[in-house]
Design a binder for this molecule. Sequence first.
Ligand SMILES: *[C@@H]1O[C@H](CO)[C@@H](O)[C@H](O)[C@H]1NC(C)=O
Ligand SMILES: *[C@@H]1O[C@H](CO)[C@@H](O)[C@H](O)[C@H]1NC(C)=O
Ligand SMILES: *[C@@H]1O[C@H](CO)[C@@H](O)[C@H](O)[C@H]1NC(C)=O
Ligand SMILES: *[C@@H]1O[C@H](CO)[C@@H](O)[C@H](O)[C@H]1NC(C)=O
Ligand SMILES: *[C@@H]1O[C@H](CO)[C@@H](O)[C@H](O)[C@H]1NC(C)=O
Length: 593
Amino acid sequence: MGYHKVPCSVLFLFLFINVCFSYQCLADGVEANLTAQLLIDASEGLGRPIPDTLFGIFFEEINHAGAGGLWAELVSNRGFEAGGSNIPSNIDPWSIIGDESSLIVSTDRSSCFERNKVALRMEVLCDSEGTNICPSGGVGIYNPGFWGMNIEQGKSYKVVFYVRSTGAVNISVSFSGSNGLQTLASANIIASASDVSNWTKMEVLLEANATNKNSRLQLTTTKEGVIWFDQVSAMPLDTYKGHGFRNELIEMLLDIKPRFVRFPGGCFVEGEWLRNAFRWKESIGPWEERPGHFGDVWMYWTDDGLGYLEFLQLAEDLDALPIWVFNNGISHNDQVDTSSILPFVQEALDGIEFARGDPNSKWGAVRAAMGHPEPFDLRYVAIGNEDCGKKNYRGNYLKFYDAIRSVYPDIKIISNCDGSSHQLDHPADFYDFHIYTSANNLFSMSHQFDRTSRTGPKAFVSEYAVTGKDAGTGSLLAALAEAGFLIGLEKNSDVVQMASYAPLFVNSNDRRWNPDAIVFNSYQVYGTPSYWVQRFFRESSGATLLNATLQTDSPMPPMPLVASAITWQTSKDDQTYIRVKIFGSQIGPMVMV
Ligand SMILES: *[C@@H]1O[C@H](CO)[C@@H](O)[C@H](O)[C@H]1NC(C)=O
Ligand SMILES: *[C@@H]1O[C@H](CO)[C@@H](O)[C@H](O)[C@H]1NC(C)=O
Ligand SMILES: *[C@@H]1O[C@H](CO)[C@@H](O)[C@H](O)[C@H]1NC(C)=O
Ligand SMILES: *[C@@H]1O[C@H](CO)[C@@H](O)[C@H](O)[C@H]1NC(C)=O
Ligand SMILES: *[C@@H]1O[C@H](CO)[C@@H](O)[C@H](O)[C@H]1NC(C)=O
């Protein structure tokens, strides 16, 4: 066994673990009690390093993961743009306080912001005196946020909005309960006619004197006149590092120590139609000026407060490497011809310059102006998402690949074409591998990469999950099968360099996809078993993989058990730890002896 060959001076350790389990043999329906032996060679110097990047996260704007999720903005449709650029338009989820006798609410295109022209116009017919007296509490509009705002006692919220009026204004800005009866915080904005004859930015800090997880933001008045509103934002002051990320949600991410963040999709990057795809240039600059867009795959509007810079910031705050997925001129239903793809290529090159260019470069300067002069550590980009089978993919891909290679030779480029079972017909540093399947299938795929070529591009398992009836909205069975699969990835981490579960987040009010790793609403959060499996693997990135071999006396292919062992050091206590993981499929009770 090589036992005696190891010099005595070095740390050495053999672990023998006997695993007894009952195994249902599918072929003959006989249940048998079997014993397997797990042999772990922990001799120093014999292990293989696991890539530092092995386990990370894939953040897609799906299920309101960002808007109404990780991004702490409380107001939904803050610029009144979600109903489209034609007017009159829908202002949902904004609603009106008062009736036709007291006010008329409409939209027009009078905003001071060029890229989002729609503004809300409020003609107040009642007053605090005269014949048409306003109802007590006033008339106006309210926004319930994303299925209720969680306003907490003692916490402060910054409310910003743009206003214009035909006369002097006295506007009450308040947080109230869902029926408007309980007031948690309020302030009056009072301005003379000349102060608000043109668009003016107003800013007020509200401190809540009570907690209500189903609150709304109200803008009301008891003064006759015409008032326009635009770009109404309410942000809690305590976001992670002041960067706008909701604390409880980012804590969940910090806790699994992701080594990379793939963003912002997924299908979100492609769009059903190109006109609705995520385009990074529309998502940068002052938040007020961002046009926002309708994500037509997951069917909701985003104001894009969580834009390209914020995604890069998220990766930096998580101490993870950003992996930017950009649109390659292909959506679910339309494609740009390779002969006219160059503007898209330029957009991608500009995006890389924005992320990591010198502050004196054209797009690096835009980043610096947004408050981040230091370049972000962008080392990976993906050319599209799940587009390999599309007609123009190869043609477009090569245009992107050549352009990026020549300007940024060090950037690692990810192809959408699966190279796990055959050689790619185009150059790439990595290839995407996506798998959504049953628990049994995924478990058996722990051997998926055993026979993959050891030369050529590396695998990026950028989306994996057990789905369907085995998983529901999250299950232990799904998580255990995923654990088996991840053990296979650890063992094959010479070819599989990165892996991420999908989707990461779901707002339980908008389940577009099941299951997900982290479930939340406006005030609660929990991890599904699939999340906790990821936490269980968080030490693996950068650890040392030991040779862990399962042996059994009885022949029973395929082996219903998988196991791995790693050692790692912590900077905290300088100790070396060992972790052994064993998972089985189609087996009964498992006992270690
Ligand atoms: C397997 O072991 C369990 C517990 O020791 C026992 O109850 C069961 O009868 C055994 N099954 C077989 C097929 O031997
Ligand atoms: C503003 O309106 C509130 C009622 O919402 C009223 O109590 C207050 O006196 C008004 N302030 C001024 C300066 O008109
Ligand atoms: C909380 O503040 C609101 C607005 O200032 C006020 O109307 C309300 O009475 C306060 N409630 C408590 C419990 O102090
Ligand atoms: C109103 O303000 C905008 C900038 O916000 C400015 O471009 C415009 O000239 C102003 N209009 C008037 C009438 O002052
Ligand atoms: C791992 O250990 C097994 C059992 O001791 C041995 O047969 C195998 O050669 C080892 N593999 C490597 C890569 O060292």
